[in-house]
Design a protein around this ligand. Structure first.
Ligand SMILES: O=P(O)(O)OC[C@H]1O[C@H](OP(=O)(O)OP(=O)(O)O)[C@H](O)[C@@H]1O
Ligand SMILES: Nc1nc2[nH]cnc2c(=O)[nH]1
Length: 190
């Protein structure tokens, strides 16, 4: 299960971003290059663990949620909506603040309205800062979140989402240290 993803994670190079141990991986960085077979493996797995029939749009966050979310959209014919890091100043645009372990900035939601049913798909959840801000904003907008799926999870940040009534599905949970990446869990194997 998810063999390509697990093997490549174990081989991830590490860098420091300030104090933060940052792993570099094709799915979360596009570096060195994304194996389409790995994306296919991930998309197939996600389709087994979510009820895609009820979904109006697949929602992801610029930039590195896009490859997997786009694969899901292509496989299902369900539209893709991208939360962007730049404003468009369209009517109804919603701005939120994103903070990760190594960066902060603004995100902008366009193209969603009250009652829309979405799944959120992102590449990594770490501190949970990004998904917390997004889920709060969507709830305020009246958007229905059917599932929150992250390909990779590290740390305990995901626990905060439970306070918002969201139980994220994390495909592969890892531990990250200066030495590298260790696989802790695969979704469905708990
Ligand atoms: O749980 P958190 O600590 O919030 O970290 C997770 C976020 O970090 C990455 O985004 P980043 O802002 O680095 O952008 P990128 O996708 O453009 O690399 C990733 O795509 C998540 O959205
Ligand atoms: N590639 C990558 N993306 C992240 N997003 C949040 N943490 C990380 C990380 O350590 N590596």
């Amino acid at each position: 299960m998810l063999e390509k993803l697990k093997t490549s994670l174990i081989n991830s190079p590490m860098i420091k971003r300030g104090e933060y141990n940052y792993f570099i991986h094709p799915i979360s960085d596009g570096v060195p290059s994304i194996d389409p077979h790995m994306v296919e493996e991930i998309a197939e797995y996600i389709l087994q663990i979510t009820d895609i029939k009820k979904v109006d749009t697949i929602l992801t966050i610029e930039a590195m949620g896009i490859p997997v979310a786009n694969a899901l959209s292509m496989k299902t014919g369900i539209p893709l909506t991208i939360v962007r890091k730049r404003p468009y100043f369209l009517e109804g645009e919603v701005e939120l603040s994103q903070r990760t372990g190594y960066s902060k900035g603004a995100l902008y939601i366009n193209g969603l309205k009250k009652g829309d049913r979405v799944i959120i798909v992102d590449d990594v959840i770490s501190t949970g800062g990004t998904l917390m801000a997004l889920v709060k904003a969507l709830k305020t907008m009246g958007v229905e979140i059917l599932d929150v799926i992250s390909v990779i999870g590290r740390g305990n940040g995901y626990l905060q989402l439970k306070e918002l009534g969201v139980e994220p599905k994390i495909l592969v949970t890892i531990d990250v240290s200066e030495k590298g990446v260790e696989i802790k869990n695969v979704f469905g194997n708990e």
